[in-house]
Design a binder for this molecule. Structure first.
Ligand SMILES: Cc1cc2nc3c(=O)[nH]c(=O)nc-3n(C[C@H](O)[C@H](O)[C@H](O)COP(=O)(O)OP(=O)(O)OC[C@H]3O[C@@H](n4cnc5c(N)ncnc54)[C@H](O)[C@@H]3O)c2cc1C
Length: 395
């Protein structure tokens, strides 16, 4: 199997690099380099910019703005964006709900929603998890009861990322509580966040950041044309969506960028009167992570070399579980090494006392805490290990 880049792929990488250099606002790049979360406006601006270039949804079918690219070409595009570093596209639009509408939606839903999703005219969020329904998602209890030409939705969603910006939410709801298996009574519903009865309440995480929310539904009326696929068959949508979600979690681009900048920064900060990079223990850990990341990159390329982009395919590649586990472990280890590099300066408070410090020092700790999420969302790493045990090892 050939896992080197072809001349076309090398040329494409250069094209992407040039595009990013010319179009990514410097303020956004600097903000991201400091390890900060991109703002909603930064994400919107960048997605619109990419969509105008035809690069927001190249993995969608051509009739909906896709390009028919290989998995490798898509990987190169995303890796160069991440290395820049540029804000990620809004995955809820491009990699989650979009592909579900393409696979299961009717023509009216596709025409109405897909172009606006690609251009981030509508911001979508994901309403799957509930208290008591995370790993055991089929246990969800939020109900949608049919009442003439509408559903009445009641219940609660938890951990809803960026719901505070969202125009729409795609939801798993229980439409049949008497089905013989819990997976059989679930439907996939699209809800306008402006509907009366929808309440968003922030959940502030350990890094003091407002990224996730609880969303409450009290007698929310939803037109039946917002049902995707057949009633009580929403689990098919959920399975496809979760497999598409997992594939994007290897985080090779961001890890590369974080390691590269850490190496540079370790040359300029001191430990015991010498540049940190000359500290043997630190250097060993840095190089160890660089090697682990290289190995993960080679594994990813091996998987991609065999893979075609088909966002509507129903059978997930279990290799995505391996990539997700290793990618999240490496990225978390990098965030721990940043904390070590920042040393006591990373803990300095209050803000007045730290105003002369470089921003990345102050972001090291919050970032470390924030990155704990990587081994939880998109199916926790323990759940991924069960998938590997069953599907690869046939245990
Ligand atoms: C930052 C963040 C953002 C999120 N964003 C969203 C979002 O936008 N939309 C959304 O719907 N959800 C979102 N989630 C929710 C996420 O999908 C769930 O947190 C995840 O599925 C785990 O569910 P849980 O939190 O209920 O933990 P639980 O399922 O209760 O798991 C607790 C622990 O038990 C382990 N465990 C559970 N079952 C098993 C098992 N069978 N075998 C072995 N170990 C097991 C888990 O691995 C975990 O370590 C987000 C979560 C986080 C942290």
């Amino acid at each position: 199997m050939d896992i080197s880049y072809s001349p076309e792929e090398i040329a494409f990488r250069e094209e992407v690099r040039t595009f990013v250099e010319e179009n990514l606002p410097e303020a956004t790049r600097k903000h991201m380099l400091d390890g900060k979360h991109p703002t909603a406006d930064m994400i919107r601006h960048w997605q619109k910019c990419l969509n105008a270039k035809g690069w927001a949804v190249p993995h969608w079918p051509k009739e909906w703005g896709g390009k028919g690219w290989s998995a490798m070409r898509l990987y190169i595009l995303r890796e160069e964006m991440e290395k820049a570093p540029a804000p990620s596209l809004l995955a809820f639009n491009t990699d989650m709900c979009g592909p579900i509408l393409i696979a299961f939606g009717n023509e009216e839903q596709k025409t109405r929603f897909l172009p606006r999703m690609a251009n981030l005219d509508d911001w979508w969020c994901q309403g799957f998890s509930e208290p008591g329904a995370g790993s055991d998602l089929a246990n969800l209890r939020c109900t949608a009861v049919r009442d003439g030409d509408r559903y009445i939705v009641n219940g609660q969603k938890a951990w809803t990322t960026k719901a505070q910006y969202a125009d729409w939410i795609f939801m798993l709801v229980r439409t049949d509580s008497k089905a013989s298996k819990p997976q059989q009574g679930i439907s996939f519903l699209l809800i306008d966040m402006k509907s009366p009865g929808v309440t968003v309440r922030p959940t502030i995480t350990i890094d003091s950041f407002h990224e996730v929310n609880e969303v409450f539904f009290d007698d929310v009326q939803v037109p039946i044309e917002n049902l995707v696929g057949q009633e009580n068959h929403g689990w098919d949508c959920a399975k496809l969506l979760l497999s598409n979600e997992r594939t994007g979690h290897a985080k090779i681009g961001p890890s590369k960028e974080r390691l590269r900048t850490l190496r540079e920064r370790a040359c300029t900060i001191e430990k015991g009167g010498r540049p940190l990079i000359e500290d043997y223990d630190f250097l060993v850990r840095l190089v160890d992570l660089e090697v682990q990341l290289k190995a993960l990159e080679m594994t990813t390329m091996r998987v991609l070399a065999e893979d075609k982009v088909d966002i509507t395919k129903r059978k997930p590649n279990p290799a995505s579980s391996v990539l997700k586990i290793r990618g999240s472990e490496i990225h978390q280890a990098i965030s721990a090494l940043y904390v070590e590099a920042a040393g006591p300066q990373g803990l300095a408070l209050p803000v007045e006392a730290t105003s002369n410090f470089e921003s990345w020092l102050l972001e090291a700790h919050p970032n470390y805490y924030n990155m704990r999420k990587l081994s939880i969302y998109g199916g926790s790493n323990e759940i991924q290990k069960t998938i590997i045990a069953k599907q690869f090892l046939e245990l």
